[in-house]
Design a protein around this ligand. Structure first.
Ligand code: M6R
Length: 363
């Protein structure tokens, strides 16, 4: 049931404030304590996390790597499952393997899990389907509580994965003593504000629809981001190509001059994901390089960022202010809406894009 929306994807994008609230309630109590399963992850004994996933779930892992490393000083490897399973990697002692999958049935992710189980690793997973194969074969199975996701393009599962992963990183920071109780409390208060901020961002949908009409005319689109916004650039590009069939690539802003800048001309829109954070000025200087080559910049930032760097951009989408650590979750929303409205403008089959399946159970 699309509940009055034109597409399941639109409904699932709109559900995000509510389902993220559910994820938060699952893992946090009213006193702001973090609850992960008791039999579960003892971050005091984990020296490394090896995260494995496919597609959008792998971008959630890439964001989480920044969180675990920065907040908890815990080293993380991220692999895409189809490469990992055949590489047969060796592991250092006290590595926990963490598999992230909306469906819990992705063939490559499941095969990677079985490889790690054979190697004797502790197996943890984050899925949206508690009875799925990946959840069942895990030592610690954590749900994301996103509710059924029908659109082939993953939206609410992604932001719920990110929310759960952020809470896990905070728990790791608590146990490892890398953040003070006051710092953790601050993060938790901010996390509780996320649904409201996402709501405010969803109200920019009409503005994003206007920008998308222009984007629909493009042949190629680039997405740029730095730090934890780099995986969001990858996710924005994947979302756009899978439902609008426009060729899109995501790059780390700092990589621009190592090749992709050769693609820029006045016909190439470049979506720049740049919340005001400690890396903002660096991203903006990459944006200037695009503008100098007449690239059409779509700047996604906050009010302070729009003031500092909005000039020259063809379009500025101004999001609410958010603490830098949580920006990757909020910036997923405009990336989803851009892809959605562009696909609608192009008249593609948004919920069932060509050649794609919701759950990839064959390799
Ligand atoms: O069910 P999973 O999370 O394991 O699926 C992984 C990918 O197939 C999935 O995220 C795919 O990339 C989506 N279509 C992206 O929107």
């Amino acid at each position: 049931d699309k509940a009055g929306y034109k597409h399941f994807m639109a409904k699932e994008i709109a559900e995000q404030p509510a389902v993220i609230g559910t994820t938060l309630d699952r893992y946090l109590d009213a006193e702001g304590r973090i609850h992960l399963p008791a039999n579960g992850l003892d971050f005091a004994r984990i020296d490394r996390i090896s995260m494995v996933a496919c597609g959008t779930a792998s971008y959630a892992c890439q964001v989480a790597k920044y969180w675990f490393e920065q907040l908890a000083r815990l080293p993380v490897d991220v692999d895409i499952a189809s490469e990992f399973r055949y590489r047969e990697p060796p592991f250092v002692a006290n590595t926990t393997a963490l598999f992230v999958s909306q469906s819990g049935e992705t063939a490559d992710t499941l095969a990677a899990l079985r490889y790690c189980a054979e190697q004797g690793l502790q197996i943890a997973s984050l899925t949206n389907v508690p009875e799925s194969s990946i959840a069942r074969e895990s030592d610690v199975a954590l749900p994301i509580e996103a509710g059924v996701e029908i659109g082939v393009a993953s939206t609410k599962a992604f932001t719920c994965q990110l929310t759960a992963l952020f809470i896990m990183a905070l728990k790791a920071a608590q146990v490892r003593g890398t953040l003070t109780p006051a710092q953790i409390a601050d993060h938790l208060v901010q996390l509780r504000q996320l649904p409201g901020l996402i709501n405010a961002t969803l109200s920019l949908s009409d503005r994003i629809e206007d920008v998308s009409r222009k984007l629909a005319e493009a042949r190629d689109v680039l997405f740029l981001g730095r730090g934890a916004l780099y995986p969001l650039a990858l996710e924005g590009a994947l979302k756009l190509k899978e439902i609008s069939y426009i060729h899109a690539e995501g790059y780390a802003s700092g990589e621009l001059k190592h090749g992709p800048i050769a693609l820029i001309d006045r016909k190439v829109p470049v979506v720049v994901l740049a919340p005001t954070d400690p890396l903002f000025d660096k991203t903006v200087s990459n944006m200037q390089e695009v503008l100098a080559r007449e690239g059409k910049v779509i700047l996604i930032t906050d009010a302070a960022g729009a003031k500092r760097a909005g000039e020259g951009a063809a379009h500025v989408i101004t999001l609410p202010e958010i603490p830098p650590a949580l920006a990757p979750i909020l910036y997923a929303i405009p990336a989803q809406l851009l892809a959605y409205h562009t696909a609608v403008a192009k008249g593609t089959d948004v919920d069932q894009p060509r050649n794609l399946a919701k759950s990839v159970t064959v390799e």
